[in-house]
Every structure is written in C-alpha cells, then in structure tokens.
Ligand binder design. Structure first.
Ligand code: NAD
Ligand code: MG
Length: 408
C-alpha cells in the first residue's frame, strides 16, 4: 500500500489560487498584468476589475477573466458595462464609490494601476483592509504619501513597488540592512528629447512626445517621461516607499533602460537590478512575491546591447526634475500641488492648449501661487489631500491662459 505524503505548507499554498483585483484593468499596466495571469490561470482567481469609461472593454475583460465585480468610474458608461455583462453573474457598478468597493472586496492582491491622483481613494481602500498592494500608480504617493504609507503600515498591508526603478531598489535593498544604505539611484531613460537642442524642444508635438524610446506605456506617464517630471515624481515616490531624504536620492540618465535602480551601501558596494525594459518583469516580481515566476520578457543579452551609458540629467532641457526636487524638499503640501498642476498641464498639452515647454512653467507658477496662498500643510486626511489637490488644479487652470500664451 502506498502512503500519501502530507503536502508541505508551501505546496499547499501554491495549490490555492491567489485572489486578485485589478484597478485600472484596461490600461498598459493592467494589460501586462492580465497577460501574466492568462499564462497561469489555475493559480489566480480574479475578484474585481475597474476602468474609467470604456464599459464595453471592461465587460469583455471581466467576462474573459471570470471576475465577480466590474466597476466603471464614469456613470455614463454604466449601461454599456451592464449590457456587456448580461447573461453572466458578474456584478456591474459605476461611479467613484464603486471603485472603492472594488478595492474593498476580498482579494489578497490588488494591482493599483489607475492613472493620477484619482487612484488615491481606491488604492487606500485596498491598503486599509491589509491587502497586498502592488503599487504601479505613483501619483497617490506624491499626492498623499505620508498618509498612505502610515495607513498601510497600520493595517499591516504590504506595499510592493511595481514602478520599475522602485521595484529594482526594493530587490537590491535585500542585499543589506536598511541602516547600512547610503543612497539609492534611480535611472531615467531621458525620454525622446534627451539629445535635442533646447530650441527644438520648444516645438515638440504630441506625436513626438508620445514616442518613448524604450518603454511602451499609457499616455500620461509617457508625457511625464518626456518632460522628466516622471523621474521627479519617482523621487517623491522613493522618499515615501523607502523612507529616504532628498540627499539620499539620486537620478542618473541611462538611455538603454537596462539598469533600473541601484542601492549604494556604506561599504561602497553598489547593488543594481537589471532586465529588459518590459513591465511584466516588475509586475511578475510583485505577483509571485516572495517566489519568482516565469515571464515571456526578452532575455537580457548584454553582449548584443554592447554599451551601457550613464550621464547627469540636464537641468536646462528638463526643468521639471529640478522642480519636483524642490517640492520634495519643501514638503508639506508642495508635492500635492506639484502633482495636481502637472496633471492639469499634461491634459492641456494633450488637448493642444499648452505647448510642451509650458508644462513645467505652469507647474512652477502653480507651486509659487499655492505658496503665496499659504496652502502649505502636509495632507493629514484624505479630505485634506483632495482639497489641496483641488486648489492646485484650480490655480493651474486660472494660470493657464497667461502661461499658454507666454510659452507658445
Ligand atoms: P493607462 O492610461 O494605460 O491606464 C490607466 C488605467 O486607469 C485605465 O484602465 C483607465 O481606464 C484607468 N483610469 C484612468 N483615469 C482614471 C480615473 N480618473 N478614474 C478611474 N480610472 C481611471 O496608464 P498606465 O500606463 O497603465 O499607468 C497606470 C499607472 O501606473 C500610472 O500611475 C503610471 O504612472 C504608473 N506606471 C505605469 C508604467 C507603465 O509602464 N505603463 C510604469 C510605471 C508606473
Ligand atoms: Mg518608472
């Protein structure tokens, strides 16, 4: 008679599907996450999916993933979602509270991949019930990072960084003790205009700004990468995720996007994480954490790449990075205002109402105006963060006509 061996705990855990929720399921990060889930469907069960306004696309995804709940932010898209889900047991819902409900439903792992500060409330709702939050969205940390990290820690939520640089740092930090870290270095591709003459950057079109040399991403982050505001937002993101101050956070321009982040320890050792520029690698790291999973990402072939280059970011071509550092060092409400003004500026550039070089000018003018108005305190509550975000957006909209005319 053969005796059945009892399963080891790890094997038992591996046999139980992990429940996951995708906030921002129809976007670039959402699609990359779904691509990984599809490769191993037995290991994951999808609880909820959300999107902004494409009800038909969300319904299609929810059906395919056999989700239990699908929430659309825009109430005008509710009927489209509902009819797309007819004949299924998937529950449709709409509006901001529906996004929060999606995050509150009992999934162990939540991908936070909604763009912008709109991600704050649903992401916080997932963190506050102690879920593992795979954090792609950086704007919620820039908007209210202190608050977010405190609430996540109080609820015992694990916050796993998806942003490639922060994921690299997270991995490299495992090589030593936190108190032995001297500084961290985030790499930046430099975007499409890294080598352009400053006069040419003034005439950049939307189409040119959307052509990122190494990464394929959603619109907002692609524009942020072209201005280098993305790296500025990432400095603030790193400050909150890793508890480091401005003088412990560096940026180096690395056009090949192969080295994603580095940690320097006090003995002089520098530990880096490398990989092909494919977001499925950091997403997979968070999805399988603490184990590893196979991904379809291209294997890194260093001899084919040949040369890895590193240079200082150019403050003349890219004033947005300097501005974000200023907001980080000022603290208080400055990062919240910076983020709000940048969201307005990027939307106005995309709509053709503001020139590319007007983006950092509008952000700076908004920061100055907010300082004069005395909007300086760090958000202590979600309502406070939303109120400061609103002030930043209003000031930026008021300043827009003058700056648009000046920067055209
Ligand atoms: P995307 O524009 O491709 O997708 C955004 C998703 O969020 C979509 O599902 C959209 O429907 C939803 N959404 C957008 N605005 C919303 C709103 N106001 N309310 C509710 N839902 C809304 O963006 P993305 O490139 O996938 O980026 C998502 C987040 O991840 C961003 O914060 C970005 O900075 C961050 N991130 C992205 C990448 C990347 O490679 N794409 C890398 C690092 C970090
Ligand atoms: Mg990044």
């Amino acid at each position: 008679m053969t005796q059945t061996q009892p399963l080891a705990t790890a094997e038992l855990l591996a046999a139980v599907p992990r429940t996951v929720t995708l906030l921002g399921a129809t976007g670039s990060i959402g699609s990359s996450t779904i691509d990984l889930l599809r490769r191993d469907p037995a290991r994951y069960r999808v609880e909820a999916v959300t999107a902004r306004r494409n009800g038909a696309a969300l319904a299609k995804l929810a059906r395919e993933l056999n989700a239990r709940f699908a929430a659309i932010a825009d109430p005008a898209a509710y009927q489209e979602l509902k009819s797309g889900l007819s004949g299924t047991r998937i529950e449709p819902a709409a509006g901001p509270t529906a996004l929060v409900e999606a995050a509150q439903r009992p999934a162990e792992w939540v991908m936070a991949a909604i763009t912008g500060a709109a991600s704050l409330q649903p992401t916080l709702a997932a963190a506050e019930r102690g879920a593992t939050v795979a954090l792609a969205n950086k704007e919620c940390l820039v908007c209210a990072g202190g608050l977010f990290m405190r609430r996540a820690a109080a609820a015992g939520a694990a916050v796993l960084p998806v942003d490639s640089e922060h994921n690299a740092i997270f991995q490299a930090l495992g090589a030593g003790r936190r108190e032995d870290v001297k500084r961290i270095i985030l790499t930046a591709s430099g975007g499409p205009f890294r080598t352009w003459p400053p006069e040419a950057i003034r005439k950049v079109t939307l189409e040119q700004a959307l052509k990122h040399p190494t990464w394929s991403m959603g619109r907002k982050i692609t524009i942020d990468s072209a201005t280098l505001m993305n790296k500025g937002l990432e400095l603030i993101e790193a400050h909150h995720l890793f508890g480091l101050e401005s003088d412990e956070l560096d940026v180096v321009v690395h056009a090949q996007s192969v080295v994603h982040g580095l940690v320097e320890f006090r003995d002089g050792s520098v530990i880096a994480q490398l990989g092909s520029p494919d977001m499925r690698i950091p997403i997979a790291h968070c999805l399988a954490h603490p184990a590893r999973m196979t991904t379809p990402a291209q294997q890194l072939d260093l001899s084919r790449i040949g040369t890895l280059s590193f240079e200082e970011p150019d403050p003349v071509r890219f004033p947005a990075l300097t501005m974000a550092r200023r907001a980080l060092e000022a603290g208080g409400a400055a990062p919240t205002v910076l983020n709000a003004a940048n969201e307005v500026a990027v939307a106005e550039f995309v709509a053709g109402r503001l020139g590319f070089c007007g983006i950092p000018v509008l952000v700076e003018a908004t920061l100055d105006a907010a300082e004069r108005k005395g909007a300086t305190g760090e958000p202590q509550s979600v309502e406070h963060a939303i109120a400061i975000d609103h002030i930043g957006r209003t000031l930026a909209s008021e300043l827009l006509p003058e700056i648009a005319a000046m920067a055209s």
